[in-house]
Design a protein around this ligand. Structure first.
Ligand SMILES: [Zn+2]
Length: 127
């Protein structure tokens, strides 16, 4: 009965910052991987390492649609995003010398495609 109570109590407190063994309710060190009382593995309490961050492929594409490079930044490729934005600005500026009419739209489409694909790859890698 006491063991059941401790277990239930442990479950209740799981949501808080203090960590308790799921098996026996023993309070644990912040970094303990195993329960000091019953030896149950408790590392899974650190949920943050198990929550894989997913990227929205659609959102990445939409961001790059409106602001070239933003989808890349969203994917965590900040340097790439900045480069994409600078290149897009350069290509757009080159519209003045006509060739930009071809380069800017092509680069713009590539940037959306790249943001979408990178998000997809990130999701697949973490799946
Ligand atoms: Zn335990």
């Amino acid at each position: 009965m006491i063991s059941f109570y401790l277990r239930f109590y442990g479950y209740l407190l799981m949501s808080g910052d203090t960590r308790y063994c799921r098996n026996c309710g023993q309070s644990l060190d912040g970094n303990a991987e195993f329960c000091s009382k019953c030896g149950t593995r408790v590392a899974s309490v650190q949920a943050s390492t198990f929550f894989v961050e997913r990227k929205s492929e659609g959102l990445a594409a939409v961001l790059s649609f409106f602001i070239p490079g933003l989808g890349q930044v969203y994917n965590g490729q900040i340097g790439k995003g900045i480069i994409v934005l600078i290149l897009f600005a350069l290509f757009t500026a080159s519209i003045i010398v006509l060739i930009g009419f071809i380069l800017a739209p092509l680069f713009w489409i590539w940037n959306i495609y790249d943001a979408h694909n990178t998000a997809k790859r990130i999701n697949q890698r973490r799946a």
